[in-house]
Design a protein around this ligand. Structure first.
Ligand SMILES: [Zn+2]
Length: 281
């Protein structure tokens, strides 16, 4: 089994905006081709023609058994009332986590304006994914997206699990420390490359990840995610195949950790009756 905990269906490059249905079909085509059983779709912090709202993605995917939603939350436009709608999606099981975008928006994760977001996450036992590291856009401000900024919020909200996206690349060592130190901090390996890895870069990133595990970050703290369509799924599957790690540990990264952190047990059961039992045997 493979769970991709970090995908998007936004149109980043295209002038002609494809329909939401078209984007979803393309995502699921790539999932099938790469034997990815379940994927989480992260919505943006802004809604535009190419970036559908959380509600529209929830409605479009409600009857699909292989995709679930992570609700993007805007800092600049945040109003605690926004959480009322998200709460209904969390209760029905379509939304499985929240995503915030420091760097893309100018704020630190520990800004008290987001306390209601963390209280919401603690109440519903859902994780908060935090954009970390480089911003894809030149207008981003990376001091806000440094992985060290996650430490403070992790300490102040011990009842919430946080996920540092992109292992904080290029500040991977700082990410290691924050994940190692805090029981409630995890890291996803998504978005390390635009498109396909070159051989040299793949080798470099593999070394970084292996060093992270050597340093003391348990394989139970690392989650498989691609950031598709920014990074290619094919290339990520190859990256995992080439990782020098016992099969038992790879399984943790590929699905066991996501299963636990996002509480996707019911989703696996829906995908295949007795799926969970077979998986854990
Ligand atoms: Zn992403």
């Amino acid at each position: 089994m493979i769970i991709d905990c970090h995908t998007h269906i936004n149109n980043y490059h295209r002038e002609d905006v494809e329909s939401l249905e078209g984007c979803l079909a393309e995502l699921r085509r790539h999932m099938r081709r790469n034997r990815i059983d379940l994927a989480l779709i992260l919505t943006s912090y802004k809604v535009t023609a190419g970036r559908p709202s959380t509600k529209s993605v929830v409605v479009a995917t409600r009857d699909m058994k292989d995709v679930y939603v992570v609700a993007g939350i805007s800092f600049l436009n945040f109003h605690p009332g926004d959480l009322v709608e998200i709460e209904t999606f969390v209760k029905e099981g379509t939304v499985r986590a929240l995503k915030i975008y420091p760097g893309y928006e100018p704020f630190y994760p520990h800004d008290s304006k987001f306390n209601p977001v963390y209280e919401f996450a603690a109440k519903h036992r859902i994780p908060v994914m935090i954009h970390s590291g480089d911003t894809y856009s030149r207008t981003g401000k990376v001091k806000f997206s440094h992985p060290l900024q996650v430490d403070e919020v992790a300490v102040d909200h011990p009842g919430v699990n946080f996920i540092i996206c992109h292992i904080g690349n290029p500040w991977i060592r700082d990410c290691m420390e924050v994940v190692y130190k805090n029981q409630n901090v995890f890291a996803d390996i998504s978005g390390l490359v635009l498109g396909n890895f070159s051989d040299r870069f793949e080798e470099y990133m593999r070394k970084q990840l292996q060093e992270m595990l050597l340093f003391g970050v348990e394989p139970g703290k690392v989650l498989f995610g691609t950031d598709w369509p920014i990074s290619s799924m094919e290339s990520y599957i190859e990256f995992m195949d080439d990782l020098a790690l016992p099969q038992k540990e790879k399984k943790k990264i590929l699905y066991e950790n996501s299963l636990r952190v996002f509480r996707l047990e019911d989703a696996v059961e829906k995908l295949e009756p007795n799926g969970l039992k077979n998986l854990l045997m």
